[in-house]
Write a protein that binds this ligand. Structure first.
Ligand code: CTP
Ligand code: MG
Length: 223
């Protein structure tokens, strides 16, 4: 089955608070984006095309850094919300399966990509990697008063890559009226069943300064 991956990398990284878009922050000698793209290409899922979505002013720089990839690479401009960026990438995606993978998850193991694609091949229309939640979860009110402890055994923390049969993702985005924090959220709203496969702690997303410290420590150890 031919497969594309869209890599949204056009976010500003407000919570990280560095002086550049998050995907272009250095991780021990290589940007977060370039490490993510290397991880994407090391997976054995037969990728035909990678569509990287970046801030408009970084398109040329990104193209220049992407020479020598094993498959076709497109670089396109993103939008204000993550869903706008994914939609821009979707316009260039080709093939039966489309994966969407955050640029901000540079250490995602190849096995996670492989599990997602395997479940797509098995017939699931939408597939997400997820992890059991380890912390105790409590619902609170406006004043931080605990209302209840939530049953975590039925909850999963969802990561990327999220995989879709191409027509299912197109339908999810065609129906998308408002913003969701992930692509599967839009699929759910469009009535598409979403299946969870095992994620991996290494697929964590760099969101906060603490995450960046962790990522830099990992990158040093890995080089
Ligand atoms: N993203 C994007 N376009 C946007 C917003 C986000 O392509 N308009 C991408 C980010 O670059 C990132 C992924 O979506 O790879 C996950 O988003 P998030 O972690 O929220 O990144 P940012 O939006 O950059 O961070 P923040 O929300 O802290 O500003
Ligand atoms: Mg964001």
């Amino acid at each position: 089955m031919s497969t594309s991956v869209i890599v949204p990398a056009a976010g500003s990284g407000t919570r990280l608070g560095e002086n550049r878009p998050k995907a272009f922050v250095d991780l021990s000698g290589a940007t977060i984006l370039s490490r993510t793209l290397a991880a994407v290409q090391s997976s054995d899922v037969g990728l035909d095309r990678i569509v990287v979505v970046v801030p408009e002013e970084l398109i040329e720089q990104t193209r220049a850094e992407l020479t020598g990839s094993r498959c076709a690479v497109d670089v396109v401009a993103g939008g204000a919300e993550r869903s706008d960026s994914v939609r821009a990438g979707l316009a260039r995606a080709t093939g039966e399966f489309v994966l969407v993978h955050d640029a901000a998850r540079p250490f995602t193991p190849a096995a996670v990509f492989e599990r997602v694609v395997e479940a797509l091949r098995a017939g699931h229309q939408a597939v997400v990697p997820g992890l059991p939640v380890v912390d105790t979860l409590k619902r609170v009110d406006d004043e931080e008063q605990v209302l209840e402890t939530v049953d975590r055994s039925v909850l999963r923390a969802i990561q990327t890559p999220q995989g879709f049969h191409a027509d299912a993702l197109a339908r999810a985005y065609a129906d998308a009226g408002d913003v969701a924090t992930d692509d599967a959220g839009l699929a759910e709203r469009a009535g598409i069943a979403v299946h969870v496969v095992a994620g991996d702690p290494d697929a964590f997303k760099i969101t906060t300064p603490w995450d960046l410290r962790l990522a830099r420590a990992i990158a040093k150890g890995w080089d």
